[in-house]
Design a protein around this ligand. Structure first.
Ligand SMILES: NC(=O)c1ccc[n+]([C@@H]2O[C@H](COP(=O)([O-])OP(=O)(O)OC[C@H]3O[C@@H](n4cnc5c(N)ncnc54)[C@H](O)[C@@H]3O)[C@@H](O)[C@H]2O)c1
Length: 245
């Protein structure tokens, strides 16, 4: 089940955190993994680790917010599986502030990486998927984008909610082309908030623990598989019970 050995998979933002977990699980399932990150050193380090573990991997650094850079990096190559994982998360990058206290210049970056980045990468890979009659697009979104949250990340929520909405509509457009498109609405993951607060955060989750990169990788492996051909246009919560709809 979930054999990916015939597939080339591009995972964006895979230089650390959740994306690295997805890349590792894909490697284990036999995929040729293209490890993207805006930070090329991170991407190279993950590739080296995957290869050491016996997996097939290649670094593909680019900035997902730059459509020309995405197209240049792909160079017309056909991608079977795209995981739109690059995004903003973590206290140090999110700088939580009530929306009313923010200024428009603060909205640009969260929308660029969380929404434009998904549009760019998805737009770049879809023609090849449609032409070959097989493809899988996965968005890594957030409960912050599917439900309201009061932690001062409204622009991030907008980016994630926008990406989920985009991908549901794209899914319907390509549903008869052999291409499935789904999103995963993540809850709190093991890298959220820093190690000093993670045990406190875990208590807020019905399952009693934070999510791991492997939890995300396992769901991505299913969604990327032949077996998931009837699963499309969904936004699937993955949150230890913390998101119920
Ligand atoms: N960690 C959580 O608790 C959590 C919760 C909900 C959703 N998410 C989402 O899951 C995804 C992964 O989260 P994470 O915690 O592993 O993030 P992270 O910040 O630890 O890692 C993200 C990676 O993406 C890269 N990146 C950032 N901008 C990029 C760009 N423009 N182009 C290419 N690469 C870029 C970064 O260099 C980094 O290596 C994100 O989309 C995030 O919003 C995370």
């Amino acid at each position: 089940m979930f054999d990916l050995s015939k597939r080339t998979a591009l995972v964006t933002g895979a230089g650390q955190g959740m994306g690295t977990g997805v890349a590792e699980v894909f490697g284990t399932q036999g995929a040729h993994v293209l490890v993207n990150d805006i930070d090329s050193d991170r991407a190279e380090a993950v590739v080296e680790r995957l290869r050491t573990e016996g997996h097939r991997a290649e670094a593909m650094p680019f900035d997902v917010t730059d459509l020309d850079a995405v197209r240049t990096a792909l160079g017309g190559r056909t991608i079977d599986i795209l995981v739109n994982n690059a995004g903003n998360a973590g206290a140090e990058r999110m700088a939580p502030r009530a929306f009313v206290d923010t200024t428009p210049d603060e909205w640009v970056a969260p929308l660029a990486v969380n929404l434009d980045g998904v549009m760019n990468c998805t737009h770049a890979v879809l023609p090849g998927m449609i032409e070959q009659g097989w493809g899988r697009v996965i968005g890594v979104v957030s409960g912050a984008g599917t439900q309201g949250v009061h932690i001062g990340v409204a622009a991030y929520s907008a980016g994630k909610g926008g990406a989920a909405a985009l991908l549901r509509s794209v899914a319907l457009e390509v549903a008869r082309k052999g291409v499935t498109v789904n999103s995963i609405a993540l809850g709190l993951m093991s890298n959220a908030g820093g190690s000093d607060v993670t045990s406190g955060l875990a208590k807020t989750i019905p399952a009693g623990r934070l999510g791991t990169p492997q939890d995300l990788g396992a769901l991505c492996a299913y969604l990327a598989s032949d077996e998931a051909s009837w699963m499309t246009a969904q936004t699937i919560p993955l949150a230890g019970g913390a998101i119920t709809s």
